[in-house]
Design a protein around this ligand. Structure first.
Ligand SMILES: Cc1cc2nc3c(=O)[nH]c(=O)nc-3n(C[C@H](O)[C@H](O)[C@H](O)COP(=O)(O)OP(=O)(O)OC[C@H]3O[C@@H](n4cnc5c(N)ncnc54)[C@H](O)[C@@H]3O)c2cc1C
Length: 418
């Protein structure tokens, strides 16, 4: 995109985050005749598609990469990679000083919700890990030159969670364990193929049974039971639909248990860390019961479980950013339906919904963006000198990261390090 061609008075809307939600918003804005400037922290814009969704979803990933590429190549979309809100540009400068017509936050939910156990985070990297960096490692560690955090895999790991992402964490642990055990026997297996086929069938193909490998596998600890897992949801289901839903959820988890040999421990909540030699060595759990839909702890039911590897996967929330109003661990939205944070600043996708999936982020973007555009168009155009100041800010960022100005050229020069 030639920035000099953007020299007349116009509306310019900034977007932080260039993945599913952000790129969809950018294309919609550009097609409406305004300029969309996408500030993306990474060099590649794919967000949770590349770094969250486990890499065995290769078809889905490629489809979503193509959609994001198409959106960000739309004439009128200006891509600004390597630019992190809160670090390279402050929230107050983007929401006030720069003079944008509106600002959209589409930067997802990347902060692992902390385990609610006093002081437990001192064990991070020392027995305790969280889901986001763990899945990032799994998706990237085979790339040449990978220099991120490494995660050793131990047998008998413990995963705390209950949602879809926690199941992915369990699958990664067991797929890695079995692939390595087979590797030790000189049998090379492809993890993506093993994910499709399942562990027992993969072993059969090599003339082995599960017991031959003497692997315990990981255990998922959940505070409720299988049928309450948020694996399949429907808004306001009828009593009959809810019963059916419960059956479906239990079936999904049963399949995970069968196909990936994940062990499941329901109705238990970790209440205290167990330390050994300065490392997290396990948890004291308490049993729970569900009363009127709420999780209640049952007194005198404590038990201790130990493990060398504990991964918490209890949800992700938006990263706090200086100047962004907070309400507990979430951003304080003035109007959630409209995605309005403060006047002129909006949010969409995971940053607004706090959770969700690809379809939901795209749907949410399609719902919120036209309203943002209407609001922005109701205000006067940015005068030519203001537009030129914004373009000069963009040029500075492009020079800093070496962005050539054309999205297609850039993305072709930044393949995953395969
Ligand atoms: C383990 C796991 C498994 C999943 N499996 C599925 C599945 O099977 N099917 C499904 O539909 N969904 C799945 N999801 C969820 C799905 O991937 C996400 O809901 C969706 O991709 C989110 O899109 P988004 O654009 O809202 O957010 P994100 O993808 O998080 O995009 C946010 C973008 O903002 C950028 N960013 C972050 N902070 C800043 C900042 N400060 N400044 C500038 N840029 C910033 C990020 O780099 C990123 O590119 C899974 C998620 C996880 C974690």
């Amino acid at each position: 995109m030639n920035l000099s061609s953007i020299s007349e008075a116009c509306h310019v809307i900034g977007i932080c985050g260039g993945a599913v939600g952000g790129s969809e918003a950018a294309a919609l804005i550009a097609k409406s005749g305004s300029i969309a400037v996408v500030f993306e922290q990474n060099m590649r814009p794919y967000g949770k598609i590349e770094d969250g969704l486990p890499r065995w979803h290769s078809k889905l990933r490629n489809k979503e990469y193509a959609k994001i590429d198409e959106n960000l190549s739309t004439p009128g979309v200006v891509f600004v990679p390597g630019t992190r809100l809160g670090e390279d540009l402050s929230f107050s400068s983007l929401s006030n000083d720069v003079g944008l017509s509106a600002l959209i936050l589409a930067h997802g939910a990347w902060r692992d919700r902390p385990l609610p156990i006093e002081g437990v985070d001192r064990f991070i990297g020392n027995g305790l890990s969280y889901q986001n960096p763990f899945v990032y490692w799994f998706n990237h560690y085979e790339e040449i030159g990978f220099s991120g955090e490494n995660f050793p895999i131990h047998d008998d790991a413990m995963v705390i969670g209950g949602g879809l992402a926690s199941i992915d964490v369990c699958k990664i642990l067991n797929l890695e364990l079995y692939a390595r055990a087979l590797g030790d026997r000189g049998i090379k297996v492809d993890i993506e193929e093993m994910e499709v086929r399942g562990i027992p069938r993969t072993l059969e193909t090599h003339g082995l049974a599960v017991d031959d490998l003497n692997i315990q596998g990981c255990t998922l600890f959940y505070r409720r039971d299988k049928e309450d897992m948020p694996l399949e949801n429907v808004r306001n289901p009828s009593a009959q639909r809810l019963e059916k839903l419960k059956g479906t959820r239990a079936k999904i988890m049963d399949k995970v248990i069968r196909k990936y040999l994940v062990r499941f421990y329901p109705n238990a909540i970790p209440v205290e860390a167990v330390e050994k030699d300065g490392r997290l060595d396990g948890f004291i759990f308490q049993r729970t019961k569900i009363v009127d839909g709420r999780v209640l702890r049952i007194e005198n039911t404590e038990f201790t479980t130990r493990s060398k590897q504990i991964i918490s996967s209890i949800g992700s929330t938006p990263v706090p950013i200086d100047g962004v109003p907070m309400e507990g661990e979430l951003y304080q939205w003035q109007n959630r339906e409209e995605g309005r944070l403060v006047d002129g600043v909006y949010g969409l996708g995971n940053v607004l919904t706090g959770k969700g999936n690809i379809v939901e982020s795209r749907r949410n973007s399609k719902e919120i963006t036209p309203k943002v555009v209407d609001q922005a168009l109701a205000s006067p155009k940015i005068p030519a000198d203001g537009v030129s100041e914004i373009m000069s800010l963009i040029r500075t960022r492009w020079d800093t990261v070496g962005y050539p100005g054309e999205y297609e050229d850039w993305i072709a020069s930044k393949p995953p390090a395969a």
